[in-house]
Write a protein that binds this ligand. Structure first.
Ligand code: F6P
Length: 447
């Protein structure tokens, strides 16, 4: 098996190799702090050894539960938001056929999502399409009290019970939540749902390798064992025993922090494979919630290329020089498509005839990298040998580990997210939630 890799050469114009390597000791120390559990937020380090500690029995339990849902349901709705949604979405979008819904010969239930927004039309359309279909629900919420998934679950649970009866509904609902606390735990225990636990010491955005991600990913027919195997290999490759020069998590953390200090305030995660779009969405939550606090933090943004070269390309090439780019480059696509010859050649594309589409894409990637570097955008490159569960597992763990190190280097607690409460408080006050009477009065005075 190969490994994903990191190349920072094209970032070394804005910052020097010496500057990055001058951070080696700090990066290594932060990795050690993480591993020894003596830094800020150390009660949320359960993710560090998740890959190597998950047992065969746990994986089998998840696979068996997935198989029950797969056998009973045409559609499974994964309900959750943030870390209870994005990891699954990232893996499924990356690995499933892009035109899945048009395939009539389906081997897997269709996985759809709810509870990641409060869009009334979205919920209406979902409830409508589920009418007359055999469906099941995976309700995922660590806290069990998040409004978006709770609202979606309330509606979909009723619809399911009305359709198949309360007893059968119990066999089609799985709850993934805290071991003891929260509304979802209480409800699941009362109703007798099959449950999986999100460990206390694993925060939402670090939970993709718990049942939060593993169950719906298994429902989609993707190998969770390969995903975990990839993560295990990266757990070893980023261990504190691995020296800085070989430790890609430490190098990534050190480089992005140096770039930040040099005025690069925005990191754009770019891909040239549209199926990786949600990997970037997952990454944005990971880095945004972990580092954006205390008035600090790189803003995590993303683009899909070449698509966005025709929308955001101008800004990236020529706009304010406060950005750097991290490209996820895929060495070998899973399929081969060759450009055909055309006798008339009216489009002038015969110079490409016989070449693979990926060769065109790779030259677009290289051309873009050089253009952006020339335009003052430092470029980091993460190479993935192919898009497979194994390498996505590596990528997840690499980004998580680097995020912990990077947060400590920045001087923040990477494992809390106090800022998220502000909108919730206002929303509850505006909706007159019991217990928010004072806040309701105060906020109304501002309107
Ligand atoms: O799984 P829960 O508790 O519903 O939380 C969902 C998401 O909400 C947050 O708590 C805040 O956005 C995230 O950290 C988390 O991933």
């Amino acid at each position: 098996m190969k490994n994903i890799s990191l190349n920072i050469d094209k970032a070394l114009g804005t910052v020097t190799k010496e500057q990055v390597y001058a951070q080696a000791a700090k990066a290594h120390e932060c990795n050690a702090t993480l591993q020894n559990g003596n830094g800020a937020g150390n009660d949320f380090l359960g993710w560090l050894h998740l890959p190597s500690s998950i047992t065969d029995a746990e994986l089998t339990d998840i696979e068996n539960t997935a198989n029950v849902l797969r056998s009973k349901c045409e559609v499974v709705v994964a309900i959750g938001i943030g870390g209870s949604y994005l990891g699954t979405k990232a893996v499924v979008e990356a690995l499933n056929n892009s035109f899945d819904w048009l395939h009539t010969n389906r081997k897997n239930p269709v996985l759809v999502y709810a509870g990641h927004n409060i869009g009334e039309d979205y919920l209406y359309e979902l409830c409508e399409i589920l009418k007359g279909k055999q469906f099941g629900l995976i309700n995922i919420s660590k806290s069990g009290t998040t409004t978006e998934p709770a609202l979606a679950f309330r509606m979909l649970k009723k619809q399911l019970e009305d359709a198949v009866g309360k007893e059968e509904a119990k066999h089609r609902i799985v709850a993934i939540t805290d071991a003891k606390r929260g509304a979802l735990r209480t409800l699941a225990d009362q109703e007798g749902y099959k449950t999986f636990i999100i460990p206390d010491n694993v925060g939402g955005r670090f939970s993709v390798l718990t049942p939060v991600g593993l169950l719906p990913i298994a429902v989609a027919g993707i190998s969770i064992r390969d995903l975990v195997a990839g993560a295990i290999s990266m757990e070893k490759a980023t261990d504190v025993s691995v020296p800085f020069a070989e430790n890609m998590a430490e190098i990534y953390a050190a480089t992005r922090n140096e770039l930040y200090k040099s005025g690069k305030k925005v990191e754009i995660l770019a891909n040239f494979h549209p199926k990786l779009h949600y990997i970037a969405e997952w990454w944005k939550q990971l880095y945004g919630e972990s580092e954006g606090k205390d008035g600090k933090g790189i803003f995590p943004a993303s683009v899909d290329l070449t698509t966005d070269l025709h929308s955001m390309g101008q800004w990236i090439q020529d706009g304010e020089r406060t950005i750097f780019e991290t490209v996820i480059s895929v060495e070998e696509p899973n399929h081969k498509v060759v450009v055909p010859t055309d006798e008339a050649n009216l489009d002038g594309l015969n110079f490409l005839a016989g070449k693979r589409v990926d060769e065109v894409n790779k030259m677009a990637e290289l051309g873009t990298q050089l253009a952006h570097v020339d335009g003052g955008v430092p470029n980091l490159k993460i190479t993935m040998p192919e898009v497979s569960p194994y390498y996505i597992g590596q990528l997840f763990y690499f980004f998580e580990r680097a995020c912990g190190i990077s947060g400590y280097m920045l001087g923040v607690n990477p494992f809390d997210q106090p800022g998220v409460e502000a909108y919730k408080k206002n929303m509850f006050a505006l909706l007159n939630k019991p217990g928010y009477e004072k806040e309701s009065e105060a906020i109304r005075a501002r309107l």
